[in-house]
Ligand binder design. Structure first.
Ligand code: C5P
Length: 237
């Protein structure tokens, strides 16, 4: 597969065209950002760790019948994916209160959320990804009601698969964000699933083992990602 021009450089990944019009290459860089890019740092091994982590999770989801854009690893830091027409919304499920929910509603961090909550955000850096709802998404054409229903259903199915997977590694899946796109008209999971886009706590100690270590300046960021990966069986060799 030929790697062609860079199409887009995000805060942690770059996207390249290929000789196949329906395939892209995702390059996971070592860059880490927080607070809408206000804090940027390069963390050794991060690109490789997240590339392998994402591949492992996407394969598990695919095996569970959830359509994803992931196809194969290309190198330590690159994966081949289907080219999706991305929808500009972020889907967030929370099993335990943390982060934005705690700030917004004043609930206690760590309280269990039953049933898990589902939130929508608009992907828009300039507006700091504001929270939206189904009505706004429909009116402004960000997604149709049918697409929203499918994204919500898939996001909950991902929760069933991943909550169990992480529980088997003595980890709590606190919350996570997913992004979807269209491939031949079908809603398909895109972007990535790594500790950059979810919260994972040790089930016993509740130690944070995700990007909050970077956001909160706790250190040991990539070591924590590697620890999570080892516990669930990701091959980082
Ligand atoms: O900040 P907040 O608590 O709303 O984030 C919920 C979850 O979604 C967290 O796991 C966070 O890492 C993830 N998220 C993300 N990218 C965003 C917003 C949230 O990965 N732009």
């Amino acid at each position: 597969m030929d790697k062609r021009q860079e199409l887009y450089a995000g805060k942690a990944k770059s996207v390249y065209a290929t000789d196949d019009p329906d395939r892209l290459i995702l390059h996971f860089r070592d860059d880490t950002s927080a607070f809408d890019g206000e804090r940027m740092e390069s963390l050794a091994r991060k690109g490789k760790v997240n590339n392998r982590f994402n591949a492992f999770i996407m394969e598990k989801l695919q095996a569970a019948g959830i359509p994803t854009h992931y196809e194969r690893l290309l190198s330590d830091t690159e994966s081949v994916v289907k080219k999706l027409d991305m929808l500009p919304v972020e889907c967030v499920i929370r099993n335990i209160a943390a982060g934005g929910l705690v700030k917004r509603l004043g609930v206690e961090e760590g309280s269990e959320l039953a049933p898990p909550t589902f939130e929508l955000f608009l992907k828009n850096d300039a507006l700091h990804d504001p929270m939206i709802n189904e009505s706004l998404a429909e009116t402004f054409g960000w997604a149709t009601p049918e697409q929203l229903a499918e994204m919500k259903s898939l996001t909950y199915r991902v929760n069933d698969v991943l909550k169990q997977l992480f529980a088997d590694g003595d980890l709590l899946l606190v919350d996570y964000k997913l992004e979807f796109g269209l491939f031949n008209g079908e809603i398909v999971l895109g972007d990535e699933f790594s500790p950059d886009g979810c919260r994972l706590w040790d089930a016993k100690t509740r130690e944070k083992l995700d990007k909050d270590r970077f956001r909160q300046g706790l250190g040991g960021v990539i070591e924590a990602y590697e620890e999570v990966g080892r516990r669930i069986g990701v091959d980082f060799s």
